[in-house]
Write a protein that binds this ligand. Sequence first.
Ligand code: SAH
Length: 399
Amino acid sequence: MEEIFASVNRKRLTLKRGKERVVANRHPWIFGGAIASEGGPADAAIGDLLDPDGNRVASGFYSPRSEIRLRALTFDDEELTADLIGARVTSAIARRRSLLNDRTNAIRLINAEGDELSGLVLDLYNDVVVGEVGNAGIERIKPMLLEIIRRELRPRFVYLNNDLPARRLEQLPTEPEAIGEGTPATTILENGLRFEVNPAAGQKTGFFLDQRENRALARELSAGKSVLNLFSYTGAFGVYAAAGGATFVGNVDGSDIAIDQARRNHDLNGSTNIAQFMVADAFAHVRKLAAANEHFGLIICDPPAFAKRRVEVDRAARGYKDVNLYAMRLLDSRGVMLTFSCSGHMSLDLFQKVIFAAALDAGRRISILGRLTAAPDHPVSLYCPEGEYLKGFLLQVHE
Ligand code: SAH
């Protein structure tokens, strides 16, 4: 493994003259357009970035087929070694230990650029570690990674999804890897509530840990309220709402598998009696509820990323506006709403404009009580603000 870091095995990428400043801001993504020439072995996983005079200015993971040719991990004189990467992994885990306690045993351990480990996402679900390895560099240091995971966390099971599109681009295997006893299914504890997680079946890494604090907020806001949980997936927001004293929780999701999971999670927490489970298109469902003059004290709207690519932002904005507009019409007098966008390409500014347009058309007087983001185990590097995908608002109607 060490040998992939040896200088003879590294790609040497020389910057175009005039592009020297691409490293000035320490942004980890170095695009192919800034590179004048490439030397060194074709199958290199590690690359050095040289200025036009041949001085090394950065080192990182090399991807011959990605637009992002180099994911810089170190700059200037800092040597890129296996030990340095290992130390970053250990440090990322150590920084999160305080989040684990007898009420919460599921956290994100490593958040790619947010932990200076571009291409690596690791989540802990109780006794199971779930990972996404997105580039050839991480793939090659996997033995070291697994060793650190074993030493630091002693998991029963490690499950690597291997389903990122980037892996296909890099011609890495796309079969999942399951290492351990039994199955990767487990039950987690989050803020004292229990959830089933099956990494082999779920979306993304199985359970959206980034919403943990926003779910806790939903619990605080739910006492005595009738709650609508749109795009409910695992039903997690609904379970929190019920735990917070909601009188009714309506979970709505287009997937019957998700709705079954939501039902089991309500069961696990003893709140099936006040909950409803609807397999329905959320866009159609909010219209139906509005036509029936239904009202809710708290609405959660957490759709999937409508804009996966920049060109889809306009269409996504229309989708967010539509579902939020009808949801706003369903709010009780002084009702509150937690509304989210997890599209990386939709900025907070644009999302606020969309919410404004929805309120205007819904004819409701609405204020922002709070701005919401991902939980702190999903850090965003100041040097790579693209990592900030989840944004949301806590809204309230006045009248
Ligand atoms: N709120 C969830 C995460 C939502 S993920 C949580 O806290 O974990 C997005 C969910 O939206 C998925 O479960 C998907 O099945 C569902 N979905 C996507 N399009 C939908 C639609 N048009 N109507 C209803 N559900 C939809």
